[in-house]
Design a protein around this ligand. Structure first.
Ligand SMILES: [Zn+2]
Length: 229
């Protein structure tokens, strides 16, 4: 009941509206076609399934084999409903803000948010963690919504650099504050499992804004993560 009373601002806008429809932020958009895709989810699954089947056939796999016969539809379902679900604006999280009635103006850090994304150059996984910091002004956000925003932008073919900035921009707009920081530390399987087989490396990106760019605040963020600056 108390929580209900404190709800003062329901941000009922898709994050697609925040990022992808803003003409000033075209460089942050995922490279989507201009024309709107009118296919339903089921139509997309049927069409993708056909193409996966063709690829497997060209590779010489026997699609009559019991173990393989359902692979095309399984892959198509996974593309549309799971790993690339962030391409569909219908799946953007509905974000509810709560009034910051405790006047908490310290830093809030949500760390180790899982990042399961896909490299847009090879369509194989990027696996890592996102660490988010923000300094609340008039509103605070439900913590699970921070994870949902990360997952929404991760579940599409991505570049880690773009993913990091998209999450930061979305949080700034939603939270109505510039004081936002995003760090992503991830392994790119296109580096670790292909010819290079560099299994030790990880890629770290950051997008720091407002007070999070200032030396002392940045250090506080990094110290809270126990990452030496
Ligand atoms: Zn790659």
């Amino acid at each position: 009941m108390k929580i209900k009373e404190s709800v003062s601002n329901v941000v009922d806008l898709t994050l697609t509206t925040v990022i992808e429809s803003n003409p000033e932020e075209t460089t942050l958009r995922s490279p989507l076609k201009e024309e709107v895709c009118v296919l339903t989810e089921e139509q997309k699954i049927a069409a993708i399934s056909k193409h996966v089947k063709a690829i497997m056939d060209i590779l010489g796999l026997d699609l009559n084999d019991k173990s393989l016969k359902d692979t095309p539809s399984r892959v198509a379902q996974m593309y549309v409903k799971e790993i690339f679900s962030g391409l569909n604006p219908k799946n953007s999280p509905q974000v509810t803000l709560f009034e910051n009635k405790y006047h908490y103006h310290g830093m809030l850090v949500e760390k180790n948010i899982k990042v399961h994304s896909f490299c847009e150059h090879h369509l194989i996984p990027i696996i890592g963690k996102a660490h988010i910091a923000y300094i609340p002004k008039d509103y605070v956000i439900g913590l699970s919504k921070i994870s949902q925003i990360v997952h929404y932008y991760a579940k599409r073919p991505q570049l880690q650099e773009r993913l990091t900035i998209q999450i930061a921009q979305a949080l700034k707009k939603v939270l109505k504050t510039e004081d936002v920081g995003v760090i992503i530390d991830a392994e790119h399987t296109c580096v670790s499992i292909r010819d290079v087989e560099d299994t030790c490396s990880s890629t770290i990106t950051s997008s720091l804004h407002g007070k999070l760019k200032e030396k002392s605040t940045k250090e506080e963020f990094l110290n809270l993560l126990k990452i030496s600056s």
